[in-house]
Design a protein around this ligand. Structure first.
Ligand SMILES: [Zn+2]
Length: 98
């Protein structure tokens, strides 16, 4: 036996949950880092469905603790859509993307 030191384990890949209502390619390029070579995507029938899916994914995949997302997904400017999985927007009415 040459060595009994434990093998270095590769850092696990962090995932990022996101959506794009207009430009998925641009969104991916702006959000994905070099470590994130793989991504999954799905199409939604409307921006609202996409938003709700993004929220559910964010919660299902471990929120900011496990994801590269620093914050809860924001609802699109000009809407008052609510997260289907939590009540974060009830506590911060001004939380939205501009
Ligand atoms: Zn939520």
């Amino acid at each position: 036996m040459l060595s009994d030191t434990p093998k270095m384990t590769e850092h696990s890949l962090r995932e990022y949950v996101g959506r794009s209502d207009t430009d998925l390619n641009g969104e991916l390029k702006s959000k994905l880092s070099d470590r994130q070579k793989k991504f999954k995507y799905s199409y939604a029938t409307s921006p609202k469905v996409a938003f709700e899916k993004e929220c559910r994914n964010y919660h299902d995949f471990g929120e900011s603790a496990k994801l590269d997302n620093k914050y809860h997904p924001a609802y699109p400017h000009g809407t008052n859509w609510k997260c289907p999985a939590c009540n974060i927007f009830d506590n911060s009415a001004s939380y939205c993307i501009v």
